[in-house]
Write a protein that binds this ligand. Structure first.
Ligand code: 4AD
Ligand code: MG
Length: 467
């Protein structure tokens, strides 16, 4: 069986024009002419193109009793002769010698993915069928390609991929928004308030789905220098926004001997590298997305690529926001985190470009961040992109055990729970830094879409885990 992707790369591939090929796929649309010819658009998801099948009455035995009954969504195996399309020499047509219907569509009038244009909101309701649309399969191929590119990019720079655990007993970010992992039978437990109850649980203590692989990743950075982890992360935040998922993928990078300035520079270079790759190698997808989603997509990304990111301290960002004429719903107060309206003002209006904000107040950031000399701020950074806001969060890590222990106290965390993390500071401690990139937010930005639920196959958000 040959993929449409191999046909569309005809020039480099083994398949030749006028040769016999066999393909499998699903019917996007079909048109039957009165002259006994049917035009069937078939897709197999391997690339952005469909292929047109020309089915001629007198060449196919099953034309009248089967081909004429084909509807959108039917699955077919087609053997035919490959020809250039007379309308567009970039496209191909397959003159069918044989068409086998592998699967019919029950009740075609009710097929959820009819050829008409569906809204992305509607498609979320049929997440199991939406990869059959050109837009969702396009996003999926982009996601695959960018993930591979990132692995390669890091590999070339001597990073190692570490598979950090998804089940954890520690709260990395200290926010407490974690999903419990347990085999206890809560319905039938007699003393639900018994604090020792978790001693009987699977791990003999409370366990959760991880909010970040960072703490485990640091152990490998403090022995193998340059490492990353890339996998699912879970947050039980009750936020139903266009940027939040309860389960999302995060790329986390950790670099030994690096300080905050180093990772600020690294994040900008890495993002620009990814954008450049996307612009150079996804021309077809960009032109498709420009028609369907955001007509200025190429220029939007190119502009980010060509300009230096603005790098400002938290204090400066506060001053800009306090002194501007914009009316914000939430007030600007030193010591508070920015909300999306503040982030958007800085990126979309004030700078009109990505912004990296660093040295946030210590109280709004995690316990593991390096305490600055002012004792009020930590060596942290957030990278904000226009429209989307925060896409990367990172910091230099606190590598001084006495200060780390004080921070545990401030956060009311039991330092003994973090004994192995503290060991890294006891045995050959080194300055090190890292950051996390929200993978779906990155894909959201480069595809020009505006809801994160559309760039993950099966979204998990509050009250939503249907598929
Ligand atoms: O800023 P965050 O919480 O940082 C960490 O988890 C650190 N441990 C990373 C590190 O230093 N190794 O999350 C990092 C990024 C955010 O900037 C955002 O892009 C994404 O993860 N993110 C989310 N994406 C989708 N849905 C959510 N609920 C997200 N929460 C964070
Ligand atoms: Mg953050």
């Amino acid at each position: 069986m040959c993929l449409i992707a191999s046909i569309s790369q005809l020039i480099t591939g083994k398949i030749k024009i006028n040769s016999k090929v066999s393909i499998g796929g699903w019917v996007r649309n079909r048109r039957h002419s009165k002259l006994g010819i049917s035009f069937i658009n078939l897709y197999d998801g391997s690339c952005i193109y469909d292929i047109q099948i020309i089915a001629i009455n007198h060449k196919l035995k099953n034309y009248k009793n089967e081909i004429l009954s084909i509807t959108s969504g039917c699955s077919l195996k087609v053997i035919g002769i490959l020809k250039y399309s007379p309308k567009n020499l970039q496209n191909y047509e397959l003159y069918a010698l044989k068409i086998k219907i592998l699967g019919w569509v029950d009740n075609p009038g009710k097929y959820p993915i009819s050829p008409k244009k569906h809204s992305l909101k509607y498609l979320r309701e049929v997440s199991h069928l939406r990869p059959r649309t050109t837009i969702i399969s396009c996003i999926t191929r982009i996601k695959h390609s960018i993930a591979l590119y990132i692995h390669n990019f890091l590999h070339k720079k001597n990073f190692f991929w570490i598979n950090t655990p998804l089940i954890t007993t520690l709260d990395t970010e200290g926010s407490g928004k974690m999903f419990r992992v347990s085999t206890l039978d809560f319905k039938n437990i007699k003393h639900q308030k018994d604090i020792n109850i978790f001693k009987k649980d699977f791990f003999g203590k409370e366990a959760f789905l991880t909010v970040s692989g960072q703490l485990n990743l640091e152990t490998y950075a403090c022995s193998m220098s340059k490492v990353y982890t890339f996998g699912p992360t879970f947050r039980a935040e009750n936020s139903n926004t266009k940027r939040h998922l309860a389960e999302f993928w995060m790329l986390e990078i950790e670099i030994a001997f690096a300080n905050l300035a180093y990772i600020i520079d690294f994040t900008e270079k890495m993002l620009k590298n990814i954008f450049e790759y996307f612009l150079n190698f996804h021309e077809n997808e960009i032109s498709f997305l420009s028609q369907k989603v955001e007509n200025n997509l190429f220029n939007k990304i190119n502009k980010v690529l060509l300009n230096k990111f603005n790098i400002i301290e938290y204090n400066e960002a506060i001053n800009i926001l306090k002194n501007c004429k914009e009316k914000f719903i939430l007030p600007i107060t030193w010591g508070e985190d920015f909300s999306i309206e503040h982030e958007k003002y800085l990126t979309n209006k004030y700078f009109n470009s990505p912004v990296i904000i660093f040295n946030y107040p210590k109280n709004i950031k995690a316990f593991y961040m390096y305490l600055n000399n002012d004792k009020k701020t930590v060596a942290s950074m957030d990278l904000l992109l226009p429209d989307i806001g925060e896409i990367i969060g990172g910091s230099q890590r606190e590598n001084r055990i006495n200060i780390l222990d004080k921070r545990f106290k401030e956060f009311k965390l039991n330092k003994n729970d973090y004994w192995w993390y503290r060991d890294l500071r006891k045995y050959g401690t080194v300055p090190h830094s890292g950051f996390g990139l929200g993978f779906e937010r990155l894909i959201l930005y480069i595809t020009g879409l505006n809801n994160i639920k559309d760039v993950i196959p099966f979204s998990r958000t509050p009250y939503n885990a249907k598929f």
